[in-house]
Design a protein around this ligand. Structure first.
Ligand code: HAM
Length: 440
């Protein structure tokens, strides 16, 4: 009892409680705020993706940020680290077991089953995902993905379209050092036999495996292909290759995908070691790596086919394929390559009103109603201070209104970017000049 009292009142705990109370809350570990001017880049990135997805026939889908936990347990598999170690699971006030979305595919599939849209169903999304990972550069607890999913066709040409979409998107951003690795994960017919071959091989070399996999190789033998430790790389390189064990249907699917990519001009590398972290993948799997980023976090996008996922989540037999692109990582890659510096929009005109603000209020409203980016300052500042703000805003022109201008119903238009002589315009000429030239 005494010791409990001591613990409760210990100076250390008291200090911590006090400092927690007094400190200013910060964004949670592993998350980040996206603020202007950086957010203009995000806006431009999402707009570029939206445009590309639209011309490939995709429609925007928003699913809730949280789902019934079974969507992920069933969909991604309990063995997936994202589910077993990283998922934010919780019970709501009504006792429902929910999880914050750790990825975007299973929720889109859940929505597809719920709403039964006509197939092929093509969805794109831009949404946050949540994973309790150890935060580091390029790895966050809340990250954001641009993704697409196609449901209802197993045509390998769709794989080519989906992969090309991502490749063209990276190219449009100006990224040059991106490699595309592709593999086939086979299907329920051929993969089990391959896994048996792999297990037999691993059983014979288990003493040589890395510390982690020396114990765990039996439960998920495929994951060993993904292990970067030299010991495992060495053992698996000598082992059987899934591509050699594909059934005829998977083999011809894979061949058509590789040929198709070649035909449409998307360079790819066959990577027999590429296995991805979720159980739902079948046949085509792929990953885009940015050469400019650190090895462990250089995957800027990845995806593949998941022909059994709809059934796993309780829907009719429906094949599917898609990818997710990590927005933060793509922007890091763009930084590293010095590309995609989206412009920060600047006002076409900044209204400087030194007569109290009524004219600034009315003119800015009229300009904006005509679709012109117009700005002003507030709080009755001096002419000098307003011109300083106007200059800092990046505006091309200042429209100055003083007593003289009010008397004449005019505006003095001054260029803020060159030494051109300022001109006096009637208010109506000023408005029509900006309206007709839009963003001049
Ligand atoms: P994923 O490979 O887990 O696949 O994630 C897709 C992309 O999201 C990764 O390539 C990476 O760029 C980014 N990413 C993942 N985790 C983090 C993180 N902790 N911090 C920052 N970025 C991250 C999926 O999520 C699948 N749903 C993709 C898919 C769609 N497969 C089929 N359709």
């Amino acid at each position: 009892m005494v010791s409990l009292m001591r613990t409760e009142c210990s100076p250390v705990r008291e200090d911590r409680a006090m400092s927690e109370e007094q400190s200013i809350p910060q964004a949670p570990t592993g998350t980040h705020d996206v603020m202007p001017p950086e957010s203009f880049r995000w806006q431009a990135l999402v707009a570029a993706f939206a445009q590309m997805a639209t011309i490939y026939g995709f429609g925007l889908v928003h699913t809730p940020m949280f789902e019934d936990v079974r969507v992920f347990h069933r969909g991604l598999g309990d063995a997936a680290e994202v589910v077993s170690k990283e998922m934010y699971e919780f019970e709501d006030r009504g006792g429902r077991r929910l999880a914050l979305r750790p990825e975007g595919t299973a929720p889109v599939v859940r929505a597809f089953i719920q709403h039964r849209p006509p197939t092929p169903f093509r969805a794109w999304y831009a949404s946050p995902s949540f994973r309790y990972e150890r935060p580091q550069a390029g790895r966050y607890r809340q990250h954001h993905q641009l993704g697409v999913e196609v449901l209802g066709t197993q045509d390998p040409d769709v794989d080519v379209e989906v992969i090309s979409l991502a490749a063209r998107f990276f190219a449009e951003l100006g990224l040059q050092g991106v490699t595309l690795k592709i593999n086939s994960m086979g299907c329920a017919d051929c993969r089990p036999a391959y896994i048996e071959h792999l297990r037999t091989h691993l059983a014979g070399s288990q003493g040589e495996l890395c510390e982690e996999h020396a114990e765990r190789w039996q439960s998920n033998a495929l994951r060993l292909l993904d292990c970067k430790k030299p010991a495992c790389v060495d053992v698996t390189t000598r082992g059987p290759v899934l591509r050699d064990h594909l059934c005829e249907a998977c083999r011809s699917h894979h061949t058509r995908v590789m040929q198709g990519l070649d035909e449409v001009g998307v360079a790819s590398i066959q990577d027999d070691r590429l296995v991805r972290g979720f159980d739902y993948y079948t046949r085509t799997t792929f990953e885009f790596a940015a050469l400019a980023l650190e090895g462990a976090q250089n995957a800027i996008g990845g995806g593949g086919r998941y022909d059994g996922l709809v059934e796993l989540l309780g829907g009719p037999e429906t094949p599917g394929i898609g990818f997710g692109i990590g927005i933060e990582r793509v922007l890091l890659a763009c930084d590293a390559e010095g590309t995609f510096a989206a412009a920060v929009p600047a006002p076409a005109v900044f209204v400087v009103d030194v007569t109290g603000g009524d004219h600034a209020r009315d003119l800015v409203a009229k300009l904006r109603a005509r679709g012109v980016f117009a700005d002003r300052s507030y709080d009755g500042r001096s002419m000098k201070s307003q011109l300083k703000v106007a200059d800092r805003s990046g505006a091309a022109f200042a429209a100055i209104i003083g007593d003289q201008e009010v008397q004449n119903a005019s505006v003095t238009l001054r260029s803020l970017r060159d030494d051109a002589e300022q001109v006096s315009l009637s208010v109506s000429d000023f408005l029509s000049r900006f309206s007709s030239r839009g963003d001049m």
